[in-house]
Design a protein around this ligand. Structure first.
Ligand code: FEO
Length: 401
């Protein structure tokens, strides 16, 4: 093996052949990825060659170059497809054209989607069921269905021999690897955790119960290495990322703290929010995060809402309803199944305040959401005789933490 192959070796004869992407501005057409993302793919180079998933269109050329390089003229014998979302499907057609005798391993939904996306009905295939095992030379591969983590066809491939879990989107993160293939080579808490949380909450967040189901299936299975389709590989301190996924998927808040999400058209609502933030801090709240949601993409707000116990919505009335940016944030939270939070409302309206009613209707319909304090209604700007109401709201929020 040459130096490059050693650099990408994970274990024995198993290699990473993924790539960073920094060209796209958004992921899934929705989520900003200012620090890029990696599309991971893996290959087992034994007496048989086994590719596990392919890649996104933005990195298909480098993926193809990596694959050809590592195969070094050998053919591809098996191609395991754990997830059919097209951010891992860009190489599929070319793989089948170049290696027409390759055997594709997938479940029935994978084969349905292969046809739906690419009009492919593979010549050679092994259709697996949940828990099936396939022996390929010394590797015993076990297939563990991970339905809706994050699509219905998703499965994990567990290499029983090497105790390696190829986990599809699970345990992945936004942010390019920039050379650090392994989580133990970086300060994950500092450099990646916030993007891992934003990835989880916005991509997998709705499917917490499915994550819990797959955790039950993994219970008792020894895992040395986790190989996700995005982000660094885990070969040490695996409990760390398991624990995070357990917390997130049970919708348990990680920290006591307050996210204040606001829209302010002329600065008056912003003024109240700034006072509120200062009062919360001076009352000992460690984490207070303030978002002008007209500037910050809602995926960041949703991520912090997953992290913290409380959220305050502060928004003006707009055409007798709610400012559309706040409506959009609340819709986003609902889509991602935010639940189990304390929430408070500050509404502004110069002649007929209505925004609290709209917020209340939406949020109270979400699961396990608890109203904290009374709605603070402001007509245009906060007046001196309302300072007590703001102080009372601060007291109520602090007491709820
Ligand atoms: Fe990375 Fe659900 O695809």
């Amino acid at each position: 093996m040459n130096k490059i192959n050693d650099d990408i070796k994970i274990k024995d004869n198993i290699y990473w052949i993924g790539s960073d992407s920094r060209t796209d501005h958004v992921f899934e057409g929705a989520f900003p990825i200012p620090d890029g993302i990696s599309y991971n793919s893996y290959i087992i180079m034994g007496s048989k060659t086994v590719l596990l998933d392919s890649c996104d269109a933005s990195v298909v050329n480098i993926f193809w170059s990596n694959l050809r390089h590592i195969l070094g003229g050998r053919s591809l014998d098996y191609f395991v497809i754990n997830h059919m979302e097209p951010d891992h499907g860009a190489g599929i057609t070319r793989i089948l054209e170049t290696y027409p005798d390759v055997t594709i391993i997938g479940n029935s939904m994978v084969f349905d989607m292969l046809y739906n996306f690419y009009s492919i009905r593979p010549k050679n295939k092994i259709e697996v069921k949940d828990g099936d095992e396939v022996n390929i030379d010394k590797h015993k591969l076990k297939f563990i269905f991970a339905t809706m983590v994050h699509w219905p066809e998703v499965m994990f491939t567990y290499d029983v021999t090497e105790k390696m879990l190829f986990s599809a989107d699970a345990f992945g993160t936004f942010k390019a690897l920039s050379g650090s293939l392994f989580a133990d080579e970086i300060d994950f808490d500092k450099e990646y955790l916030s993007e891992a949380r934003r990835y989880y909450s916005n991509i997998v967040g709705k499917y917490g119960s499915n994550v819990q189901l797959v955790f039950k299936k993994l219970n008792g299975i020894p895992i040395d290495v986790i190989c996700p389709l995005h982000g660094p590989i885990w070969r040490k301190n695996i409990e760390y990322i398991f624990k995070k996924y357990d917390i997130w998927s049970r919708y348990v808040s990680e920290d006591k703290g307050v996210v204040i999400a606001y829209v302010s058209i002329y600065g008056n609502t912003a003024d109240i929010v700034d006072r509120l933030a200062t009062m919360l801090k001076s009352n000992g709240v460690r984490y207070v995060v303030v978002y002008d949601i007209t500037k910050t993409h809602s995926s960041y707000v949703v991520s912090d809402v997953f992290r913290f116990t409380n959220i305050v919505f502060a928004a003006p009335t707009y055409n007798s309803r709610l400012h559309p940016t706040m409506s959009s944030l609340i819709e986003h939270m609902d889509i991602m199944a935010v639940q189990g939070k304390g929430y408070s409302i500050i509404e502004n309206g110069s002649w007929a305040p209505q925004s609290a009613k709209v917020i209340e209707n939406h949020i109270s319909a979400m699961k396990n959401m608890t109203k904290i304090g009374k709605t603070l209604t402001v007509r245009s700007s906060l007046h001196d005789n309302q300072i007590y109401d703001l102080e009372k709201l601060v007291d109520d929020i602090v007491t709820s933490l």
